[in-house]
Design a protein around this ligand. Structure first.
Ligand code: GDD
Ligand code: MN
Length: 378
């Protein structure tokens, strides 16, 4: 039985194919593996692969995707390949020899012995690096920004993963549900990690080599695709968080407890908010809507401090500063919802302070669920 499938995505890599095959065959001489090339080329890459398949010691399969199946790009090519993989493990590597085949073989051996679900080749731990020269420096700049963005959006999942942008990684086929994956662009590993939040990860450090021949397919358009990919993943996580009800009875009781504590803090916050609105509107004579906006800043500060200290005791999704930012954003978005309602209530003749209090209380449940699941939840 084949233990391992090496998936190599290719797009116009004519000048790399021959070297790739000879180096992979040498590096994997003692490892049972098959090579699966998933090709989206317009040049003669697939013909060269077919030629190499004739003389390769490792079994080779070629999946050449027709033009109309290529829109998902690199990530989707690897997913398509994974559907045909026969190995217990899938190792993904680039065709341009930036992932030295000797390193890939080492990573495959670590994976085969490891209990983890995913093994990531990392450039940002141990002896890893993005390589020398301008190319390496440029790559570090680009990929560290990309990593920081992803980390801000998925702080828990990526907390211990040093290189979620890596194109070199291995996964246990049974640990990844391919039907859950729907990547666009280059960052398939990130897609796998976010859509399999429970999967365990190990890392192997490596030094990225320079491109052997030809040009990189990375581009400004690819960077935009990455941003779209991030928003898609974030939306998916958010939907998961909002629909994910507590499962056991104990969890439900705990959540009820948090809701009561949250509600008590909230009531004290309504008092703070009302006092601030009174000061701005009744005492200082400001417009009531402006007053409500100012009061929201005061009660947000008050509520956050108490919720952080008393309800969740400093435990939650991300750092406390990131929670503060999200909490502030939530209350100000809700403020935008409250203002028109406040205006309507005031016009019907209800006093400003009472109207404001009503709009605050009505949104209690929404505020609690958003906080409990998105800001503090997993
Ligand atoms: N099948 C297929 N379809 N393969 C593609 C496509 C595509 O649309 N686009 C690129 N590839 C192949 C290339 O032929 C190459 O083998 C590999 O994917 C990586 O593409 P490069 O053009 O060399 O990109 P890179 O070096 O900038 O990106 C690498 O490093 C990034 C991190 O710095 C990749 O490993 C990325 O996945 C990684 O995020
Ligand atoms: Mn490359």
């Amino acid at each position: 039985m084949t233990q391992l499938t090496i998936i190599v995505p290719t797009r116009n890599e004519v000048d790399n194919v021959t070297t790739l095959f000879s180096r992979v065959n040498a590096a994997f001489a003692d490892i049972q593996a098959e090579i699966l090339v998933v090709d989206d080329s317009d040049d003669s890459t697939p013909f060269l692969v077919a030629e190499q398949a004739q003389i390769s010691a490792l079994p080779v399969r070629l999946l050449h995707r027709p033009r109309d199946e290529r829109h998902g790009g690199l990530g989707s090519a690897v997913v398509a390949g994974a559907r045909h993989a026969r190995g217990e493990w899938v190792v993904v590597m680039d065709a341009d020899l930036q992932h030295p085949p000797e390193v890939v073989a080492h990573l495959a051996q670590v994976a085969a012995r490891h209990s983890a679900d995913i093994v990531v080749g990392t450039r940002y731990a141990g002896n890893g690096s993005t390589g020398d020269g301008l190319d390496g420096a440029r790559r570090t700049a680009g990929s560290s920004t990309a990593t920081r963005l992803a980390r801000a959006l998925f702080p828990r999942r990526l907390a211990t993963i040093t290189d979620p942008m890596s194109g070199l990684f291995a996964f246990r086929r049974t640990a990844v549900q391919l039907d859950r994956l729907d990547p666009i662009g280059f960052k398939l590993l990130l897609e796998i990690l976010v859509r399999h939040p429970g999967s365990t990860v190990a890392e192997v450090s490596y030094e990225m080599a320079a491109r052997h021949a030809g040009d990189s397919k990375a581009s400004v358009k690819e960077a935009m695709t990455y941003l779209r990919h991030l928003t898609r993943l974030r939306r998916h996580r958010l939907a998961g968080q909002l629909t994910q009800a507590p499962k056991t009875k104990r969890e439900r009781v705990q959540q009820l407890g948090r809701m009561v504590a949250f509600g008590l803090v909230g009531l004290s916050g309504v008092a703070v908010n009302t006092a601030a609105l009174w000061a701005a509107y009744s005492a200082a004579g400001l417009n009531h809507l402006l007053g409500a906006a100012i009061a929201t800043q005061a009660s947000t500060l008050w509520n956050f401090a108490l919720i952080e200290l008393l309800v969740y005791r400093g435990k939650g999704n991300g750092t406390w500063t990131s929670r503060a930012v999200r909490f502030w954003a939530m209350n100000n978005l809700l403020l935008l919802l409250r203002l028109p309602v406040l205006q309507v209530l005031v016009l019907t003749g209800i006093g400003v302070l009472v109207s404001n209090g009503i709009t605050l209380v009505v949104l209690f449940l929404l505020r609690f669920l958003l906080s409990d699941r998105v800001i503090y939840g997993t």
